[in-house]
Design a protein around this ligand. Structure first.
Ligand SMILES: *[C@@H]1O[C@H](CO)[C@@H](O)[C@H](O)[C@H]1NC(C)=O
Ligand SMILES: *[C@@H]1O[C@H](CO)[C@@H](O)[C@H](O)[C@H]1NC(C)=O
Ligand SMILES: *[C@@H]1O[C@H](CO)[C@@H](O)[C@H](O)[C@H]1NC(C)=O
Ligand SMILES: *[C@@H]1O[C@H](CO)[C@@H](O)[C@H](O)[C@H]1NC(C)=O
Ligand SMILES: *[C@@H]1O[C@H](CO)[C@@H](O)[C@H](O)[C@H]1NC(C)=O
Length: 480
């Protein structure tokens, strides 16, 4: 595929487009631009942008530029970013439309770009700092990371930007507007439509099928199958890609991890976990993907490991206090919560919940749920942690409860329409979706969502193509 892409790229670049420009063959040129537009990817969009600029393909230039802004976090991990000129980096990071989860990504990208050719680029530091919105960083990050950065410590002009940011944090909220600068203005990215991706699952055996749901069109469609059968995996979206972690292939618990690139509709493997885990919990906190508990084929696990996509490595962090398989996890206020599950040792479904603090590397118990839930659908919406359904022994639940971390308490909300355990969960547009699962006798193809404003569950109009339980779910950008 890479070869095909490269050859068509070179063909267009060297032969077709300049010739088309010369001969004014506008339709050939149009076809080339459309082809390149269809090939946009975080690893090539900056090159395509430069190419469109060179050949004055205005529409392609705008598309490639918008694409780079929308996929900034992934774009800055690539070679193309490191090769940009000062002016090009400034144009990118000064944009209001940059899509970043936090301003940290912009700061880190700038430091990486400088360090790539420090002797030549060091002098550009103050120029770039003008465009990093330091006041929008958290106090902890400013003090622990920015202030400690040697590139900033050693230059007074750079330090001034840091002082400006600290001043912003020191001022009471109602006086912050007195700091007159572009750097306090939050970025306002153009939101890209999202789709929900449902990965693998059991129907009734482990399957490879992956399907996406387009919320706007109320439509399901198949995308590339998993490389191998997988159910009971942990599925998350991180830095624009979908990770399917561990799980069960109908004979073996897995330690392997497959990653889905939506722009290419392709799965590829990354480093495997250290332990086999099925029915694990998986969540992203900071830049790490956590694989929590699960079942390794003989026992339930209390161990937890974390994956860095930057180093492509797994490492153990502190273990939970309890062994938990069929556990659900969610992240609230910078902490990771492990909810319920099954403790193989005492053969009990669990109502206990524990919380992980990544700074202290410690787990501690928080308030129990009102009832035991193994295989609950756990998700986070509006800073609150939901536990939907699950089971206690043979009893499958339709009740749902929500945890408020401020008051350390659980409260029941409206029941789901169906009893569900081992369902997938995701949150988007202020709604919590629960996907498939089983009701004790059937694997469900239906999906329902919770609206906290009305305290109601509603079934979506169109079911999945298959009943599936133990599928993993994530939200991704709708492909071009
Ligand atoms: C900071 O860096 C800029 C650009 O290289 C330079 O002009 C300025 O003199 C430096 N300031 C100090 C105090 O080092
Ligand atoms: C549903 O999935 C379960 C596992 O969750 C499996 O044991 C069962 O056979 C499936 N039932 C049907 C009707 O497909
Ligand atoms: C599960 O994976 C193992 C190891 O890769 C393989 O030998 C086995 O055939 C797989 N089972 C199924 C049902 O795919
Ligand atoms: C599960 O973990 C236990 C404890 O680490 C280990 O002894 C056992 O061999 C593991 N089982 C499998 C199937 O990997
Ligand atoms: C969706 O599936 C549920 C059972 O899970 C069924 O009751 C319902 O009729 C299905 N809806 C449609 C539109 O097929």
């Amino acid at each position: 595929l890479v070869a095909v892409w490269l050859s068509s790229w070179l063909f267009n670049k060297l032969v077709l487009l300049p010739a088309a420009s010369l001969l004014q063959l506008m339709d050939v040129r149009q076809v080339c631009c459309e082809f390149l537009q269809s090939q946009l990817h975080p690893t090539n969009c900056l090159g395509i942008r430069a190419f469109a600029d060179l050949h004055t393909c205005t529409q392609l230039l705008n598309q490639a530029h918008a694409y780079a802004e929308q996929h900034f976090t992934e774009v800055v991990q690539g070679e193309e970013f490191l090769g940009l000129s000062l002016q090009q980096v400034c144009s990118l990071i000064s944009s209001d439309k940059l899509t970043v989860s936090t301003e940290e990504k912009v700061f880190e990208a700038m430091i990486t770009w400088i360090k790539h050719d420090k002797p030549a680029r060091l002098e550009y530091m103050p120029k770039l700092m003008e465009h990093v919105r330091l006041p929008l960083l958290s106090r902890d990050y400013l003090v622990q990371i920015v202030e400690e950065e040697a590139l900033i410590k050693n230059n007074n002009t750079c330090k001034d930007f840091l002082i400006e940011a600290m001043k912003y944090h020191l001022l009471p909220a109602d006086q912050r507007h007195l700091i007159k600068t572009d750097r306090t203005r939050p970025r306002t990215p153009i939101s890209i439509p999202k789709v929900m991706i449902v990965v693998g699952g059991q129907a009734p055996k482990a399957i490879r099928s992956v399907e996406c749901y387009d919320f706007q069109e109320d439509r399901w469609y198949q995308v590339a199958d998993l490389p191998s059968r997988r159910c009971r995996a942990g599925v998350v979206s991180m830095a624009g890609r979908v990770y399917a972690v561990g799980g069960f292939n109908s004979s073996l618990r897995e330690r392997t991890v497959d990653v889905y690139d939506g722009a290419r509709d392709q799965w590829s493997p990354v480093t495997s976990m250290q332990e086999r885990r099925s029915t694990l919990g998986a969540a992203v906190l900071g830049d790490l993907l956590y694989a929590v508990g699960g079942f390794n084929g003989s026992i339930g696990l209390s161990t937890v490991e974390a994956y860095s996509y930057k180093s492509n490595e797994w490492m153990y962090v502190a273990s939970m206090n309890t062994r938990r398989s069929s556990v659900g996890v969610g992240v609230v206020d910078g902490k990771l919560f492990a909810v319920g599950g099954y403790d193989g040792a005492s053969r009990q479904c669990l109502s206990t919940v524990e919380k992980y603090d990544p700074v202290a590397d410690q787990w501690c118990y928080v308030a129990d749920m009102s009832t035991r839930r193994s295989g609950a659908g756990v998700g986070v919406l509006g800073g609150q942690l939901y536990a939907a359904g699950g089971h206690d022994g043979p009893l499958v639940r339709k009740s749902v409860e929500v945890y408020d971390s401020q008051t350390n308490s659980w409260r029941l909300v409206c029941d789901m329409n169906m009893c569900r355990r081992n369902a997938g969960v995701c949150a988007i547009n202020g709604l919590l979706y629960v996907i498939g699962g089983d009701d004790g006798s059937c694997n469900l193809s239906s999906v329902e969502f919770y609206n906290p404003a009305t305290d109601k569950w509603t079934l979506i109009p169109t079911n999945m193509s298959n009943g599936r339980s133990y599928a993993g779910v994530a939200v991704i950008d709708k492909p071009l």
